[in-house]
Design a protein around this ligand. Structure first.
Ligand code: 4NP
Length: 156
C-alpha cells in the first residue's frame, strides 16, 4: 500500500510545492491526513531553502491552502528508499529522476498526471508565466490530487 509520495519538478518552487500542498489539503479534508507522508523536491538545486514562488503561494492561498511554510530542496538518492512513490510533474522530470535513481531503490517512479488520472501529459512549467498560468496549474493539480487520492485509497 502506498503511504509516502514525493512530488518532483525542476526547481521545487512552482509546481511540486503545489502538488504537495494540495494533496495534503485534500487528504486532510477527507480525514486521511494521517494516512500519507508527502513531500516535494526539485531535480535542480538552485532554489534549495527558498519558499515556493510568490505566485504559487498566492494561487494556493486564494483556494484556502497555505503552502508558504514549505521549503525547496533537491532530490537525493535516499529519496528512492524513503518514498513508496516518486511522481515527476513532467516527462523531463521523470527522465531525470530515473537517470539518477540508485540501483535497487524501492520507489516506484511515474509521471504525475498519468499515475493519478491516466492522462499522459506533463504539468506545464509556469515559471516565466503570469498569474493565469499559475491558476491553470492549480486547477490541473487539484484534479490530479483528487484522482490520485481516489486511486491510492481504492480497495482491491
Ligand atoms: P518548477 O518551476 O520546476 O515548477 O519549480 C521552475 C522553477 C525554477 C526554474 C525553472 C522552473 N529555474 O530555472 O530556476
Amino acid at each position: 500500500m502506498v503511504r509516502s509520495v514525493l512530488f518532483v519538478c525542476l526547481g521545487n518552487i512552482c509546481r511540486s510545492p503545489l502538488a504537495e500542498g494540495v494533496f495534503r489539503a485534500v487528504a486532510d479534508r477527507r480525514g486521511l491526513g494521517d494516512r500519507f507522508e508527502v513531500d516535494s523536491a526539485g531535480t535542480g538545486g538552485w532554489h534549495a531553502g527558498e519558499p515556493p514562488h510568490r505566485r504559487s503561494i498566492a494561487v494556493a492561498a486564494r483556494h484556502g491552502i497555505d503552502i508558504s511554510g514549505q521549503r525547496a530542496r533537491q532530490l537525493v538518492a535516499a529519496d528512492h528508499e524513503r518514498f513508496d512513490l516518486i511522481l515527476g510533474l513532467d516527462e523531463t522530470n521523470v527522465a531525470d529522476i530515473r537517470a539518477r535513481a540508485p540501483s535497487g531503490g524501492r520507489a516506484e517512479v511515474a509521471l504525475y498526471r498519468a499515475h493519478a488520472e491516466g492522462v499522459a501529459e506533463g504539468v506545464p512549467d509556469p515559471y516565466y508565466g503570469t498569474e493565469r498560468d499559475y491558476e491553470a496549474v492549480f486547477e490541473i493539480v487539484r484534479r490530479a490530487s483528487q484522482a490520485l487520492i481516489d486511486r491510492l485509497t481504492a480497495k482491491g
